[in-house]
Design a protein around this ligand. Sequence first.
Ligand code: ZN
Length: 188
Amino acid sequence: MILPINIYSDDILRQKAKPLKGVDSDIEELIASMFESMRNASGIGLAAPQVGRSIRLLVLDLACVDNYEHEKPMVVINPHLLAVRGNNEMEEGCLSVPGVKGYVTRPSVITLKYRDEHFEERTGEFSGMAARALQHEIDHLDGTLFVDRMEKRDRKKIQKELATLTSGVVDADYPVVPRDVAAITKNS
Ligand code: ZN
C-alpha cells in the first residue's frame, strides 16, 4: 500500500522514534508498504516517521543509483552507529522536504549494528552512498532533517522554500499528508 509522506513541518518528523521489540505481521506489512511508497516516490531511503510511525525502522534501496545496481534492498531496525571515520560533502534531498536540495558534510565510512527484517542482529561497515543514505535515514529516527545539518549560509538560501512547505503548499508527485491532517494527528 502506498502511504502518504509526512512533510517538513510535521511534528512526527521532530520526535525521537521508539525502538522495536520484534517483527510481527503489522511490521512486516509496514516494511512492504514503505518499500512500495519509497519506490513510488523515486526515493532511495525511507524512515518510518516519514510515513507516520514513530519507530526505529528504515528501508533502503540503492539499486537505481549508478554503480549500485547490484546492491540488495535493506531493512534496518534499531540501528546503532558503532564507529565513524572520514568526512565528505554530498548533496542531499529528502522525500519529506520536496523541492529542496543541499550540501551536507557527514562521516564517509560507518560501522553499524542493527537488526534486519527477521530481527536478526547484524553488524556491517558501509561507505559511499550507503553510508550517506543510512546516516540520513538514521537522523530521521532522532528527529533530525538534512536541512538542520546544512551550513547556515546555505540554509538561508532555502528559507523561502521551507516557509512554503510549512504553509502547506507542497509540490510533489507522490501522496503527502495534508497539513490539516498532520495538525489533527499532533493534537490527538
Ligand atoms: Zn529524508
